[in-house]
Ligand binder design. Structure first.
Ligand SMILES: *[C@@H]1O[C@H](CO)[C@@H](O)[C@H](O)[C@H]1NC(C)=O
Ligand SMILES: *[C@@H]1O[C@H](CO)[C@@H](O)[C@H](O)[C@H]1NC(C)=O
Ligand SMILES: *[C@@H]1O[C@H](CO)[C@@H](O)[C@H](O)[C@H]1NC(C)=O
Length: 449
């Protein structure tokens, strides 16, 4: 459910190249637009805002020329998930309900990016209303994982295409395919930090039977790495996180039920042609507008919120949530600075395998490590660490104390540097892919890491 983002197009060298005039915002923007077109088959973008981006690039270029750049993000291409409002640009939430909807305002995060001079390349694909765990269930179809087409994976095992995971798979694919940097709240922090020394790291005992051997061994290698660099690694216990998925199910669906009530066909969004009565119009609108996953959550949520169920489900789940929060608090209060866990049970799976499982099992499995953090309101970051035997990325997750985002990102940055995760190699499988990147100043600035 939460947006997992990996960083491939390294921001700070690109930003430096813009500052030194080695590349102009327009050139950079055109390169990204061209890559977006070449990687269209990934289905990463729902909308590409080419005109807006080029216009923003032109303005950015003017600023650079006049020595009035707005900062490190000026001229940097970004993309945002299509559940964030963008004024004048269609915002669909990958749902029939909002197809064709053009918001009158920008979401705060979007506006902040634009105020810093970022270029909006487009809106990225997702599960309908961000409900899902594969980025396979949006109305515009599944996102394809760019690593399915990488040299690294194809050499090992040319399987069918793989899912991107998600719900923010479009953003992840857009970044992995070097078409943008996306979504950006973390970047600024990433640029300026250096490692300042970390005393202790905790290693949560998140060993579950389904955890793949490769992920497990990578996890322990990472712990060794921290230890060898002077951190103290201990195993800790978070006993109530076992109940996190169930608890999340009750709370999330209750919120969904209440949040989605506004889509009634009257004010905005889709309206059914069925109009025999107001009630029939409501019902038909919502049946036509929402997919099974969304409707299922609305149904469960309304059930949990019924007067006779409220105490037994909603209130109880809130109490369990408090226990989960306390588990983390206890661990952090015992002197642990950061927790290291797997991000997912295994590497990305082929689409054909993923869709065999029913939707609820899938999201329960895939969210197992990332869930509790959201219930506890803690900052966390997933870092691609190594390629598996099949040549696919495997990530690990770092979880920090509440409001200690900077400390967390500092550690993440250090860890990222140590692991030297390889750049995706897509050249062989996409005509011209290399010609876009090769011979261009961008290659030297973005791919040298
Ligand atoms: C979009 O989805 C993400 C989950 O991936 C969520 O954190 C965010 O709040 C959603 N945005 C909006 C505006 O609902
Ligand atoms: C809102 O975002 C759009 C799309 O990027 C942009 O064109 C517009 O200028 C933004 N609005 C404001 C007030 O900046
Ligand atoms: C999962 O949900 C999607 C979207 O509603 C639906 O198309 C698909 O058939 C569901 N899959 C299963 C196995 O139930």
């Amino acid at each position: 459910m939460l947006g997992m983002i990996s960083f491939s197009l390294n921001l700070s060298p690109v930003s430096a190249a813009l500052k030194h005039g080695q590349i102009t915002p327009t050139e950079l923007c055109q390169k990204c637009l061209s890559l977006i077109k070449k990687t269209k088959f990934l289905n990463a973008y729902i909308t590409v805002s080419e005109e807006v981006a080029l216009k923003q690039a032109e303005e950015s270029e003017k600023r650079y020329k006049q020595g009035q750049s707005l900062g490190d993000l000026d001229g940097i291409p970004v993309a945002v998930k299509d559940n964030f409002s963008t004024s004048g640009i269609e915002t669909t939430c990958a749902s029939n309900m909002l197809k064709g909807y053009i918001p009158p305002y920008n979401a705060t995060v979007v506006q902040k990016l634009l105020d810093q001079g970022a270029l909006l390349m487009g809106k990225t694909n997702l599960d309908e209303f961000a409900m899902g765990s594969g980025s396979t269930d949006g109305v515009f179809g599944a996102v394809k994982n760019p690593w399915s087409y990488s040299k690294q994976h194809r050499e090992k095992r040319p399987l069918n295409w793989l899912i991107a995971g998600g719900s923010s798979g479009g953003s992840a694919a857009a970044v992995a395919a070097l078409t943008s940097i996306s979504p950006a709240p973390f970047f600024k922090i990433f640029i300026s930090f250096s490692f300042v020394g970390v005393l202790r790291h905790g290693l949560t005992e998140y060993l579950v039977p389904e955890l793949s051997g490769e992920v497990r061994s990578l996890w322990s290698q990472a712990a060794d790495l921290f230890e060898s660099q002077g951190a103290k690694v201990i195993e800790v216990s978070l006993p109530h996180t076992l109940y996190s998925i169930v608890c999340y199910h009750v709370l999330c669906t209750s919120e969904v039920a209440s949040n989605m009530a506004r889509f009634d066909g009257l004010q905005y969004g889709h309206r059914s042609a069925i109009s025999v009565s107001t009630e029939a119009m409501y019902a038909a609108t919502r049946r036509e507008g929402f997919n099974d996953v969304v409707r299922g959550r609305i149904l469960s949520g309304n059930f949990f919120l019924l007067k006779e169920n409220y105490e037994n489900y909603f209130i109880k789940a809130q109490k369990v949530r408090r226990l989960i929060v306390n588990d983390f608090l206890n661990v952090f209060n015992s002197g642990v600075d950061v927790l290291l866990t797997p991000t997912t049970l295994s590497e990305a799976v082929p689409y054909a395998e993923f869709i065999k499982e029913d939707n609820r099992t899938r999201s329960a499995q895939d969210d197992i490590f990332t869930q509790a953090v959201n219930m506890a309101g803690l900052p966390a970051v997933s870092i691609p660490v190594a390629l598996s035997k099949q040549g696919l990325p495997v990530g690990l997750q770092l979880i920090g104390r509440a409001f200690c985002d900077q400390q967390l990102l500092t550690i993440a940055k250090w860890f990222e540097k140590q692991v030297q995760f390889p750049i995706i190699q897509l050249q062989e499988f996409m005509d011209d892919y290399s010609s876009v990147l090769d011979n261009q100043k961008l290659t030297s600035v973005s791919l040298q890491q």
